[in-house]
Design a protein around this ligand. Structure first.
Ligand code: 5AD
Ligand code: SF4
Length: 467
């Protein structure tokens, strides 16, 4: 999954929800799954009388929903905890309590270490135990410092409340839906198998029920989430074993649902049925986030990706053969241990060959406990920085070229939110680009026919053309 800028999860207040009482403030770091998890946590807490606030000072409970994917992510959390400690101390003088919780992947990885390093923290909650949050809060209130990071034997999704209608409506017309969690791939750079645990797929019926609820509450586009979303599998209602392709076929039958996406995929799990879904399902958007990490076969092997650069390129060609309009997005790591200039040149060559519409690229960051951390040949920071700059330069040029290629095209635009100017709305193109438009007479949630008129560095401009 791709990383997001830290966001505040402002769960809206449903009509009739108590406005007095306790308030929770959630700060979300990391990937889309954390965004989804933050919403599920605020839904759980709402049943317990917690209203969500985006004003830190109002909060009785602060949750930092953290990410552990790279070094800086955890460091940001510790510095935020320093600020919260000061706030808690200042509050104590006025006789007002502040409960501080750390959730997410740093909580899972660090566990009780967080309580040692940050004495103001009251609870540490790993991603597999969010459904127990209300019970943990009760314990924290009675003075206990709570750490729950084991993998619960019960299914958390059975216990987390389904997204509530009013809250979903207020969250907007696009929604995330976790269908798969965890990872068994063990890429040698990655903490995810340790923080999110083994691969688990949610059952078909649970997913369909959640999707139907979202659509009934006004959601038009659903993005299926998983650390390895295309490894999702389950027993279909027909008794057969289903993969993600069949799940997408089933979901696309939901009336009122206009668009489907999924992220993040592993190249080894792109099976024929999923590729065919890109040909057969008009609701499945022509966008595929398919990380490759590096274009060097040597480094792919050291990363335990279990495919070659040529296999990745051949795969992209097969998918493009059935869906020529596909926008490809990827993730890249530069400076993995042992990466030479020649290996890096291979990455640039792969990028030139594939042609990305969008991409995320990072300097390799040592993650304690992963095999990569033990490897020889760590690359100097300055070399990593220089390679990253060259790669990002190329990727950004490709992104701009892709955007420029959209000018003049007629597309369907899903209107998502108000724009900066009065009368302006911002929507998403099928390729996930933000598109600005003067959309008088149209509303958020509408899908309108537009023509792309211009391309900025990070968004497009369009005019309505009618049906
Ligand atoms: N260092 C740098 N980037 C990493 N990613 C995962 N682990 C690391 C690491 N140790 C990147 C990968 C992955 C994305 C979510 O984050 O590119 O696809
Ligand atoms: Fe998401 Fe991975 Fe970060 Fe956890 S460590 S929040 S799964 S990106």
């Amino acid at each position: 999954m791709s990383e997001q800028a830290p966001t505040l999860t402002v769960a809206p207040v449903a009509p009739g929800e108590a406005t007095a009482g306790r308030k929770v403030f959630v700060k979300t770091y990391g990937c889309q799954m954390n965004v989804y998890d933050s919403d599920r946590m605020t839904d759980t807490l709402a049943r317990d009388g917690y209203q969500t606030t985006d004003v830190l000072e109002e909060a009785d409970l602060v949750l930092l929903n953290t990410c552990h994917i790279r070094e800086k992510a955890a460091e940001k959390v510790y510095s935020e905890l320093g600020r919260l400690r000061d706030m808690k101390k200042a509050r104590a003088k006025d006789g007002r309590a502040l409960t501080i919780g750390v959730t997410g992947c740093v909580a899972q990885a660090e566990g009780a270490e967080i309580l040692r390093r940050a004495p103001a923290v009251d609870l540490v909650v790993g991603p597999q135990t969010y459904h127990r949050l209300p019970a943990m809060l009760k314990r924290a209130k009675s003075g206990e410092r709570v750490v729950e990071t084991e993998y619960a034997i019960e299914d958390k999704f059975e216990h987390l409340p389904a997204p509530d209608r009013a809250r979903t409506r207020a969250r907007g017309v696009t929604a995330f839906l976790t269908v798969q969690e965890g990872c068994d791939k063990f890429c040698t750079f990655c903490v995810v198998p340790y923080t999110r645990g083994a691969e688990v797929s949610r059952p078909v019926a649970q997913i369909v029920a959640e999707a139907e609820r979202l659509v009934a509450a006004g959601v038009r586009e659903i993005t299926l989430l998983g650390q390895n979303v295309n490894a999702w599998h389950g027993a279909g209602p027909d008794g057969g074993e289903w993969g993600l392709g069949n799940l997408l076929r089933r979901l696309s039958q939901i009336e009122g649902l206009a668009r489907l996406r999924y992220t993040t995929s592993h190249p080894r799990d792109m099976d024929e049925s999923l590729i065919a879904a890109h040909r057969d399902l008009p609701k499945l958007m022509p966008y595929l986030h398919l990380p490759v990490q590096t274009g060097s076969d040597r480094i792919l092997k050291a990363m335990n990706r279990r495919h070659t650069a040529a296999e990745y390129i051949a795969l992209i060609e097969r998918i493009r053969a059935v869906q020529p309009d596909l926008a490809i997005s990827g993730d890249f790591i530069v400076g993995f241990p042992g990466e030479t200039d020649e290996d890096f040149e291979d990455t640039l060559r792969l990028v030139e060959t594939v042609g990305y519409a969008q991409a995320f690229s990072f300097k390799y960051s040592i993650r304690p406990g992963t095999p990569g951390a033990q490897m020889d040949g760590h690359v100097a920071e300055a070399v990593k920085a220089e390679r990253l700059e060259r790669l990002q330069d190329l990727l950004f040029r490709q992104q701009r070229a892709f955007a420029a290629g959209c000018i003049g095209r007629g597309i369907d635009l899903l209107l998502e939110k108000p724009g900066r100017m009065p009368g302006q709305l911002v929507g998403r193109s099928p390729w996930l680009q933000p598109v600005n438009i003067d959309a008088k007479g149209s509303e958020i949630g509408d899908i309108i026919r537009v023509r792309i008129t211009d391309a900025g560095p990070n968004s497009l401009f369009a005019e309505a053309t009618g049906a």
